[in-house]
Design a protein around this ligand. Sequence first.
Ligand code: NAD
Length: 479
Amino acid sequence: MPAPSPSPGSPLSRREFLSTSAKLGAFIAAAPYIARGAEVGAAPDADTIKVALIGCGSEGSILANAARPIPGIRFVAVCDIWPYALNSTARRIKAVFKQDVQAFEDYKEMLATVKEIDAVIVATPDFMHAEHTNAALRAGKHVYCEKLMSNTVEGARSMVQTARETKKLLQIGHQRRSNPRYQFARDKIVKEARLLGRITNISGQWHRAVTDDFGTPRGQEMTAEKLAKFGYANMHEFRNWRWFKKYAGGPMSDLGAHQIDIYNWMLGTNPQMCIASGGVDYYKTHEWYDNAIAIYEYPTKDGVVRATYDVLTTTSAGGGYHEYFMGDEGSLKISENPKYTKLYREARAPEWDPHVASKIITRPETGEGATNDLKPWDKPRKRLTMPSKVPTGPAAAGGAAKVDVRETAALDAFDLNATLGDKAIHQPHLENFFNAMRKGVALNCPAEDGFSTAVTVLKVNEAIAARRLLTFEPGDFKA
Ligand SMILES: NC(=O)c1ccc[n+]([C@@H]2O[C@H](COP(=O)([O-])OP(=O)(O)OC[C@H]3O[C@@H](n4cnc5c(N)ncnc54)[C@H](O)[C@@H]3O)[C@@H](O)[C@H]2O)c1
């Protein structure tokens, strides 16, 4: 059932349309997850969901701020082992959110004491995700856990199994999946209109400049005994956990996880092999590879898709971060940063002609001396009229869909370069989680999907260490 699109002059605003589309998309996608028996629509109080946060560091604060504007969300407890982070977050929630939270060092005490908690947000270092998530699920709470689901496959698998056993919702924090631009790109551009034709290759990157390690504010150090109690070697590793093997999966898991998740999500499948190269090339004080380059091979019904991904320590001019889906008729470069997003057409894809008026689509240079330099238009127009899915020929028989533009229907205008307005990038994913609790809509990144992504991402580190091609067995993606 396609999402309805307002006809020209429709009274639906763009915001309403997006919300309607997103809901319908979520509804359509809901069936398999609901069928798995998750307890949904179970927020005990229809008006207020009472939330606890475990991990009050950088991302925990971002998530709290992103959740704040969502109606009916109230923080009732926060937990962190570091008093500096715990106290500042509790103070802010009380003073700015005007919500009365209790603060805990020990998550077990929090779960045992604050009975009214409905949902727990986990934003601790990756090696603690399984312990915190499993405990919260077993205490009867729904959980939103940050990515990477876990730094080990076993940890991630245990989380899927606990969510299944407890019939509680577990959303993994791959927030691009709830971003309306990403949803439009996948559902309308790639799947429905097939504007890229057959996707043959993907590339993606996160290139960033060298940064200093995190320090500790004066007087905020924890004692060696306390650090050891929670598994940290020292204050430096506690603050810079993402670079150490015991606590995290390195930049591939820290940054690559977001984007490689989108490879799996866009193609609707998992890879069959991985080869990679990387090393600790730059930093002297880190364990994890600071440069890593991976190649995956995805089997799809249209044929093999080869995908490269690299996360590099370089300069700020290294091209930033994006995912680039390349087909035989067009290419889509998409990023969480809207300014990097571009849609290109191939000159020999005539059915695109009616849509080239929309300047978000770029014509490649053709003819003598053409460089095929796919430079973007300077000012993308706001409106993009897309063809509807009118499969002809083999599409009807389940083959590749081909769009007949003579039968196009205007979908609503959608600006691929649009920002989320006043919403933080995490807000739609949190909204999806709370809507799953309240209304039973499908999670956009349920535990099973987070698990597949963790398996896909962690294989890169394994392949770098092994210095050889590694294959995935279909069973690897089952939890
Ligand atoms: N979705 C995104 O865009 C995004 C962005 C950044 C980070 N993250 C994820 O968020 C998580 C946190 O990352 P961060 O950047 O906020 O790290 P951070 O170091 O800033 O914060 C982690 C917090 O967890 C606390 N903590 C550590 N061990 C704990 C324990 N045993 N119990 C309770 N609290 C504990 C620390 O004191 C710290 O305050 C990671 O999983 C990371 O991958 C996601």
